[in-house]
Ligand binder design. Structure first.
Ligand code: PBG
Length: 307
């Protein structure tokens, strides 16, 4: 009666890593309890999550190094790992909400989210690739596409291309305020997607900036975003709150890989109480104003009945 903040299963989105192969389930070293799944095991994992009441999944591909190139061409190839995975999940579980990651980095030989030329990112040329990816994901059955690249103008561009191709019902979850963070390390391990040179500071945001997030949110909402996301979550609760105060779109927050790893590592050492720490973190993110929480804790929270 007096508790102001509640979390429900419907607030949670579970990120899942996919890899080529049969019967693969390989744990990510820096993320205990999180695995890369081949498509057969991905379907088993989605099924067990659905039985727990988890409905929304965000898929990320681990792409073989030999398939990577400057223009991420493997991302839109028919029969590619990612497109097959999306289609397989939607075919088996039509009621699952499949969210897809629109970004070049898992497919890029440079490990960047945009085309690199002479050490610089080509923003507008990258939009064309992102548009193609979004359409390919929609054709495969994606319910929501989530551009995580931080190129300027990509929300409007992708919305147009989706609409032109008849995918007016596919939603856009924009990584609106995505910061250049140290907390993405374990994710880049999982996908082997770290930048080969330089960093992402010319397109991801400076952790020192709050007002800039409002500019990004203004642009994304005018361009047609259906969700505004803040990422990472923990060091950015003020950003979640200010977007929630100033905008009427639903706010998503990404409780990222490094945030997960911190809890797991200290729990494994017996330094903190894992259940309490996990629920405190998720409650804080929800309290700040996020109604969609992308978190690697999603399944364990439900499996252990921590809600
Ligand atoms: C890249 C992308 C990243 C994450 C999601 N999409 C990493 C990056 O920007 O380098 C990180 C998620 C996490 O750390 O859990 N398109």
């Amino acid at each position: 009666m007096v508790q102001e903040t509640q979390i429900r299963a419907s607030n949670l989105i579970f990120p899942l890593f996919i890899v080529e192969g049969d019967n693969v389930r390989s744990e990510v070293g820096s993320m205990p309890g999180i695995y890369r799944y081949s498509i057969d095991n991905l379907l088993r994992e989605v099924e067990s999550c659905m039985e727990l009441g988890l409905r929304a999944f965000d898929l990320f591909p681990n792409i073989d190094e030999t398939l990577k190139d400057k223009y991420a061409t493997a991302s839109t190839k028919e029969g590619g790992l990612y497109l097959r995975a999306i289609a397989a999940v939607k075919a088996r579980f039509p009621e699952a909400c499949v969210i897809t990651d629109v970004a070049m980095d898992p497919y890029s030989s440079d490990g960047h989210d945009g085309i690199v030329e002479n050490g610089e990112i080509l923003n507008d040329e990258t939009l064309v690739i992102l548009g193609r990816m979004a359409v390919a994901h929609a054709q495969a059955g994606a319910d929501i596409v989530a551009p995580s690249d931080m190129m300027d103008g990509r929300i409007g561009y992708i919305r147009n291309v989706l609409d032109e191709n008849g995918f007016t019902n596919v939603s856009l979850m924009s990584y609106t305020a995505k910061y250049a963070s140290a907390f993405y390390g374990p994710f880049r391990d999982a996908l082997n997607s770290a930048p080969k040179h330089g960093d992402k500071k010319t397109y991801q945001m400076n952790p020192a900036n709050q007002r800039e997030a409002l500019i990004e949110a203004e642009l994304d909402s005018r361009e047609g975003a259906d969700f505004l996301m803040v990422k990472p979550a923990l060091a950015y609760l003020d950003i979640i709150k200010s977007l929630n105060d100033d905008f009427d779109l639903p706010i998503a927050a990404y409780n990222v890989s490094g945030e997960y790893a911190m809890i797991k590592a200290s729990a494994q050492n017996g330094w903190i109480d894992e259940q309490r720490a996990t629920m405190e973190v998720l409650t804080g993110i929800r309290r700040a104003g996020a109604t969609a929480i992308l978190t690697y804790h999603a399944k364990e929270v439900l499996a252990n009945k921590w809600l």
